[in-house]
Every structure is written in C-alpha cells, then in structure tokens.
Ligand binder design. Structure first.
Ligand code: PFF
Length: 458
C-alpha cells in the first residue's frame, strides 16, 4: 500500500516544525542546570564549538538521509543497506525512553503554571517547596498523567495544523519573554551575587573544565537538537528537494542555541544570587527552584502574571516537543505492526505512563532506588543522552562514511544549492565517530565511578 508522503509547504514550514521539536524542555530546563553544574562559561564555549561542528554535521546528515530516502529512521537505514537497519531500531527506542520522563517534567511545568495562575508566587518561592512537590506521590503522579494525557490527545486527534499555528505564535513570544526575564535578572536591584553568576555563566574559566564538560555538552547537543533518534531523518523525508538544507540546518541550530543561551542567562545568575556558588551543583530542579524566586521579587501582581505567562510558554514548548516524541513512537509502531492509529496511541500512552511512574516517584517513595547513584529520572536521562544517542550517532557516521559514502550526502545537500561547509562536513563525519567513541567511554566509566586518578573527577 503506497501512501503518498506529505511534505512541508516550504522552508519556513520545515524550519518551524523542526525548531518546534528542538526547542523544548531541553533548552529551558536541561541546558541551564547542566551549564551551572559543568563549569558555566566553559560549558557554554564547549557547547558552542560542538554545535557548529558536530551538531551541524549530524543534523545536516540526518536531514539529508531522510530527504534522500524519503523514509523515516528504520526504513531509511534499511534502504541504505538491510544489514544496517538495526541502527534505525536503536534510534527508534530512544524517543520511547525519553517520552515518559520528559512528561514527568512536563507535569512539573503544569503544576507551576497552576500555582502562578492562582497567585501562588510567594508560595512557590519558598525554600523546599519544589522538593516537597516532587517528593509527594499523589501530586507528582497526577501532574505527570495530565501532561502525558494532553500529549496523547493531541497526537490522537492529530491537530497538526493547530499545533503548527500555536508554535508559530508561541515561539517568538517565548523568545521575547526570555530576553525580558534575562534582562530583569541582570539589572534588577544589583544583588552582588548576580554579577558573580553572570560572570560565571559568560566567562570561560578553564580551571572549571573537566572531561564531563564535554560529555555533558555532547549529550545536551543531541537532546536539544533532537538528533540521534531518527527525528530529523523523518523531518527530512518530508522536505522538498528545492529547499536549502544547509541554511535550514543553520537556522534550526541558531534558534535552538539562542533560547538555550537565554534560559541560562535567566537561571544561572539567579542561582548564584539566591543560593551562592554551591547552589550551582543542584540538579534537575534548578528552573523550578530559582525562577519562582525571581518572579516573586517582581512583586505579587507582576510576579504572578509574568510567572504564569512564562510557564504557559514553557508548557507549549514542552508540548510541541513531547508531541513529536510520541508521534515518532506511534508512527514507528504503526508502520511496523500495521495497527490502527487510535489503538497504537493508547498502547503508547499506557506504556509511557507505566515507564514514567518510576521517574515520577524517584524523588519520593522510590528515592531509595538509585541506579548508578542517580535518581531514576536522571538515570533515564543518562542512559538515553550519554549512552544510546552517542551509539546511534557513531553508527550513523559509520554508515555514512563506509556504506553510503559522504559523497551521497554531499550530493543530496548540493541538490538544493551550493554546500558551503562541505569541507567541514567531510572532515567532521570522520572525526565525529572517533571522538564520540572516546566520549561514550568516558561517560560510562564515570557513571561506574572509574575516574583514572582524578582526571575525570569534576
Ligand atoms: N529537543 C527537545 C528539547 O530540547 O526539549 C527534546 C526532544 C523532543 C527530543 C523531541 C527529541 C524529540 F524527538
């Protein structure tokens, strides 16, 4: 049964859809806490360098594979060489593992949205409020289920057009609000610690560098740009031949980096000012702990309004991303097993709910269960970002270099205009797997506590 493939109307449609998937909790929640934890300015610098070299190369490669084959991940690798279709399968497992814990954090966003809408800025700013919430059983499960449910409803009804329209409006507002909040953080009543924080975030300090800076930046790159999980391959398959692949990739990258940078500027200096340099090591809760304090500082009326608007925007950014995660999983299962879409959605919903429960409870009743010393949510995050995605990326590079040959990718990119960074691509596609392998090894050793005489110690 040949189904005609739908395609994006033009470049803007493609870039916005890809940016909608890319810009999400990864930028607003994950990037700032990683930057805070892994050296501030030096993390920013490493991330920037990696994104214009590795990130760009991988992104353009995935889009090109998708457009060339006209298929999504599994089919694409299968059509390149049957033997290599397993790469597509591994890529397909990644979003299935991310979706559940992503939705747990989506639930936190909904919770904070309700708090601000009901005028609770003061409450949310209290020390220990966040810990109390994520440590609870009922509330954390409830909000997780609500977020997961909303995602499933949207995917089920496929309101693609609506989502596209909403994100077209929301994304620019999110960018403007981020600039505003970041500016507020930087100029408001000159608390000294803020400048210390701003400096920490903007000025690379090489003494803060460790191999984990690179490991974390690389994992974040995959996550944030929705790479190494088949998403960009699928999006590429919807792309028309005359749309410039190279400039589209640059634009997605720019948008994604920009929002992440601003999120860091909102959050990192505030952490330093409210909880000192020691506060920087705090993990996944950073956005939820410090931003309410910033909003509260704006006064009860303005604070609640800005807080509510901010969390609405974060909610939409998270939702557009979770939709693309769930959509990927649904379409893979549907293609593979030929099950009806509605049934598939219900299966994926139930699976994600079941898989997400441990992550939701990992800060409370199940906190005693700490795989590799991490809370359960961080463990899933580590497994997907630091282990599985590098593996998929390495295998993708191997397939490009030795099976389909870089020339084929270059030709696909050149079909829509001169490939300006061809040289960079041709070098990076060979360098990438070697470095990725080293990074993967370091990440795994680190997780198992093997530190090579302190070299890996942060
Ligand atoms: N890139 C998204 C973010 O930064 O939040 C996360 C994500 C969404 C990854 C969709 C993968 C994906 F398919």
């Amino acid at each position: 049964m040949e189904k005609k493939r739908s395609s994006f109307t033009g470049k803007l449609g493609f870039v916005l859809a890809a940016a909608g998937s890319a810009v999400g909790l990864g930028n607003l929640w994950r990037f700032p806490y990683l930057a805070a934890r892994h050296g501030g300015g030096i993390f920013l610098l490493v991330y920037l360098i990696l994104s214009v070299t590795f990130g760009f190369t991988l992104m353009i490669t995935e889009i090109a594979i998708g457009r060339k084959t006209g298929l999504s991940a599994i089919g694409a690798f299968q059509s390149i060489r049957k033997k290599w279709s397993f790469v597509g399968y591994i890529a397909a497992i990644v979003p299935a593992l991310i979706l559940p814990y992503y939705s747990v954090i989506g639930g936190w966003v909904i919770k904070y949205l309700t708090v601000f809408v009901t005028g609770g800025a003061g409450t949310a700013a209290n020390d220990g409020y966040f810990e109390g919430f994520i440590g609870s059983t009922g509330q954390s499960l409830l909000f997780f289920a609500v977020f997961m449910g909303i995602t499933a409803v949207v995917v089920l009804f496929g309101v693609e057009k609506g989502v596209e329209k909403v994100s077209k409006l929301m994304m620019p507002v999110l960018a403007i609000l981020s600039v505003g909040i970041a500016a507020f953080v930087c100029i408001s009543n000159g608390v000294q610690g803020k400048w210390e924080g701003i400096l920490y975030y903007l000025k690379p300090d090489f003494s803060n560098f460790s191999i984990m800076t690179v490991v974390a930046a690389m994992g974040q790159l995959f996550y944030s740009m929705s790479l190494a999980m088949g998403i960009m391959i699928t999006y590429g398959s919807y792309m028309k031949k005359d749309v410039s692949l190279e400039s589209s990739a640059h634009q997605i990258e720019f948008f994604d980096m920009g929002i992440a940078f601003l999120a860091g500027l909102m959050i990192v200096p505030s952490v330093v000012s409210y909880s000192g340099i020691e506060g920087l090591g705090k993990g996944p809760g950073l956005m939820f702990v410090t931003l309410p304090k910033v909003f509260n500082e704006m006064g009860p009326v303005l604070g609640n309004i800005i807080g509510a608007v901010f969390f609405v925007l974060v909610f939409f950014a998270a939702l557009t991303s979770s939709i693309s995660l769930m959509e990927t999983v649904v379409s893979i299962i549907q293609d593979k097993f030929r099950i009806e879409r509605r049934v598939t959605c219900i299966i994926v919903l139930c699976g994600a709910l079941a898989l997400g429960i441990p992550s939701a409870l990992g800060f409370g009743v199940w906190s005693g269960f700490a795989p590799l010393g991490m809370d359960i949510l961080s463990f899933f995050d580590f497994l997907t970002n630091s282990v599985m995605m590098p593996i998929v990326a390495i295998l993708t590079c191997i397939v490009v270099c030795w099976v389909m040959k870089p020339k084929a990718v270059v030709e696909e990119i050149s079909a829509s205009g001169k490939f300006k960074q061809e040289k960079l691509f041709r070098v990076m596609i060979y360098v990438a797997p070697v470095l990725l392998l080293a990074i993967l090894a370091f990440a795994v050793f680190e997780a198992f506590g093997i530190t090579f005489g302190g070299f890996l110690k942060f």
